[in-house]
Design a protein. Structure first.
Lengths: 539, 161
């Protein structure tokens, strides 16, 4: 496929007589010198203009940066509603965060005495510093949101089934890494938000003591204390902690994310491309599919006839591609998909530039170990967790998040029916199940919040109650048990693991949204309930 | 086609002895990597943690007897005086380390996650698993009050003056 691509620009054989007369070495040297730009270009781009389908395929196939994409892409996958472009947007944000993060490192000083001043320097003195920092901060918020939406898209289109099981697990790891990157990022400025976030974060790492204390084994099995000291490099928050979080933020976590992103994209190719419903493969070829020429003409063209590309398939196990139909209903990746990616890139950049231009990233007062803000609120994506932590440190900060993340990682291995892969919400029944689950979850979560605000929880009624009871039975764990029971009930009632999976994911998603909203709007000073911020007491 | 290949000579199962040698090589490589990783993991946990002295002098003793409560914000604690003597209550919330506010008769409130403590520091509401810490008080030879921020004492312990 690759050998005879340069026919249009083939140079005469070097050293051969051009006009019957043998050339001297000097003549050949001068001739080569004149053609350096052209031969360099030919060595760089080893295919003709992408005017034919074949050259378009080679433009993708022979380019290092593009070759992770298939040369042809299914028409269904090009529809907006197949993916909403969320994965690409997330990737663009990751690249944007890398590109804005590196220049910020020029001025940022990871020292508790200088970090805050260097933020002021970036904001007020460094040309474009304020703009770059704003983009970096808003980009991080956007990336968290987009990862979550991408996850929801993948879940609701059943993109975790069959060959894609492991890639869902990789995606969950990337989700956790994104949150870790955000967390380590917002504590670098060493302002009030940063200091109290590190304090609370390291205490959450220590919170397994809630369990080990209750069991009386803390003295010889202090997992909590070990985790806290590993994070902080000391017994209290200080310089050692800042250096550790800085190292995690600029080196360890981005490298892990980059490697896993590579695996994530590579697995998309290896697992059969973007998720699409099974019926799309059986569709008759329709309309014009190529850059020029119809799909039928394409299939009959000798260049596109499947040849040795499929040679390896003979010796490996797994499904063989549908050789006769492989080319139908596909379009060349170049240029259609590239235009789509470029459009998403521009859209994302435009949104981030506008945000960064008009809105300044928050920077609170300098860290003050004597007085936390009141209320001391985390960024929005952790506020749901903060509400759970206000019931029990260990369950809200470690137990429930671990159960949710590990539970979602297990879903592909528990729900394996492959009928509805690629179909949003698994069809009309699934849509009803999701709607019903959303309503039930909203009622249960809001009811639980009203109850807790109105009547308190166990300790308000039984002051002497042992802590272990509250750790195990609190509004967070009660909700978790209700969600588990609901989704098992759905599984039983519909006799479908897919419906159960849809139910449990919808439960988590709606609960996350409601808890985040509640903690954002209705929690005020001393974490008390207020209808709005206007009612907060003034001092 | 794949069956033919598997049955051909190239795909026959390896001999047992080779299997053993191969497995031994793989496992020793894995063990070497594991031990090296464990050794490297030792690095982030220093044998001695950088720490300032937990015992600090707060000032001449009589100044704390003058009022029933003296806040010491820089060390995050309060010194109380009652008939039996002096005692110190730490302001660090036992839930997740925020600094509680002192509401006087209304007890202590934590701003971060809503824990409430009564005037004695006992938990009345919220997620805090333990009462506020009572800290050890001493008098130094030069007559100053000394608090040890890491030494917890019982709630009934008083420094007799």
């Amino acid at each position: 496929m690759v050998t005879d691509t340069k026919e249009s620009r083939q140079e005469p054989e070097q050293g051969a007589p051009a006009n019957g007369q043998p050339q001297s070495a000097i003549q050949r040297y001068l001739k080569n010198l004149r053609s350096v730009p052209r031969s360099f270009r030919d060595s760089l781009i080893r295919h003709g203009r992408p005017t034919s389908d074949r050259a378009a395929s080679q433009a993708v196939f022979t380019n290092f940066f593009l070759h992770i994409m298939p040369t042809r892409i299914h028409r269904y996958s090009m529809r907006i509603r197949a993916t909403w472009g969320l994965g690409i947007i997330t990737l663009v944000l990751f690249l944007l965060l890398t590109a804005t993060g590196i220049p910020l490192m020029i001025y940022y000083k990871p020292s508790i005495d200088q970090a805050y001043d260097s933020m002021k320097e970036i904001h007020y003195i460094v040309p474009t510093g304020r703009f770059v920092r704003n983009i970096h901060r808003w980009g991080a918020h956007a990336m968290v949101a987009m990862v979550m939406l991408h996850m929801a898209r993948a879940f609701y289109t059943a993109a975790y089934k069959g060959a894609r099981q492991f890639n869902w697990v990789v995606g969950m790891l990337l989700f956790v890494l994104t949150l870790a990157l955000s967390f380590t990022g917002y504590l670098l400025p060493w302002d009030q938000l940063a200091f109290w976030a590190v304090t609370i974060g390291s205490e959450i790492a220590q919170s397994p003591r809630e369990l080990t204390d209750a069991l009386g084994i803390t003295d010889w099995c202090d997992i909590g204390g070990f985790q806290k000291r590993l994070l902080l490099g000391a017994n209290q928050v200080g310089q050692e902690a800042l250096i550790r979080f800085y190292l995690l933020h600029v080196m360890v976590l981005p490298l892990m994310t980059a490697v896993l992103l590579g695996v994530h994209f590579w697995r998309i190719r290896k697992d059969g491309g973007l998720t699409r419903p099974a019926y799309t493969d059986a569709l008759p070829a329709t309309g014009s599919s190529g850059a020029n020429g119809s799909a039928n003409a394409l299939e009959s063209s000798p260049a596109m006839r499947p040849s040795r590309t499929y040679g390896l398939m003979a010796v490996v196990r797994g499904k063989t591609p549908a050789v006769d139909r492989a080319m139908a209903n596909t379009v060349p990746t170049y240029p259609g998909a590239l235009y789509a990616i470029a459009a998403l890139t521009m859209l994302t950049l435009a949104a981030m530039l506008a945000l960064g231009y008009y809105y300044d990233a928050p920077l609170k007062e300098m860290a003050n170990p004597a007085v936390p803000e009141n209320p001391a609120k985390a960024p929005w994506y952790f506020l749901g967790l903060q509400e759970l932590v206000s019931y029990s440190a260990f369950m809200g900060g470690v137990g429930i998040p671990a159960i949710v993340v590990l539970g979602l990682m297990c879903v592909p291995y528990l729900d394996r029916d492959e009928e509805d892969v690629g179909i949003w919400f698994g069809g009309s029944l699934g849509k009803w199940i999701c709607l019903l689950t959303a309503i039930v979850t909203a009622v249960v979560v809001i009811g639980m919040l009203i109850f807790t605000v109105q009547y308190g929880w166990l300790r308000s009624w039984f002051p002497g109650i042992p802590q272990i009871v509250i750790t195990l039975v609190n509004p967070g764990t009660v909700l978790l048990v209700v969600f588990m029971a609901w989704s098992l009930g759905i599984t039983k009632a519909t006799n479908s693991t897919r419906m159960g999976a849809l139910a449990v994911f919808t439960c988590f998603l709606i609960a996350f949204v409601i808890l985040t909203y509640f903690a954002t709007v209705h929690r005020g000073p001393n974490w008390d309930f207020y209808w709005s911020q206007d009612q907060w007491p003034t001092h | 086609m794949s069956n033919d290949l598997q049955q051909s000579e190239r795909f026959q199962a390896p001999k047992e002895r080779r299997d053993f040698l191969g497995l031994a090589a793989l496992w020793s490589a894995a063990v070497a990597l594991g031990v090296a990783t464990l050794g490297a993991m030792r690095l982030p946990m220093p044998s001695v943690f950088p720490e300032s002295n937990s015992r600090v002098k707060l000032g001449p003793l009589p100044s704390f007897l003058a009022s029933s409560m003296t806040p010491i914000p820089e060390h995050r604690l309060w010194i109380y005086a009652d008939k039996a003597g002096l005692y110190a209550i730490s302001a660090i919330c036992t839930h997740l380390g925020c600094i509680v506010t002192n509401g006087g008769e209304k007890g202590f409130h934590c701003p971060c996650h809503g824990s409430r403590f009564d005037v004695q520091g006992q938990v009345t509401q919220g997620p805090a698993p333990k009462p506020l810490m009572y800290l050890q008080l001493r008098v130094s030879p030069d007559g100053q009050l000394v608090v040890d921020k890491q030494a917890e004492v019982g709630a009934d312990v008083r420094l007799k003056v």
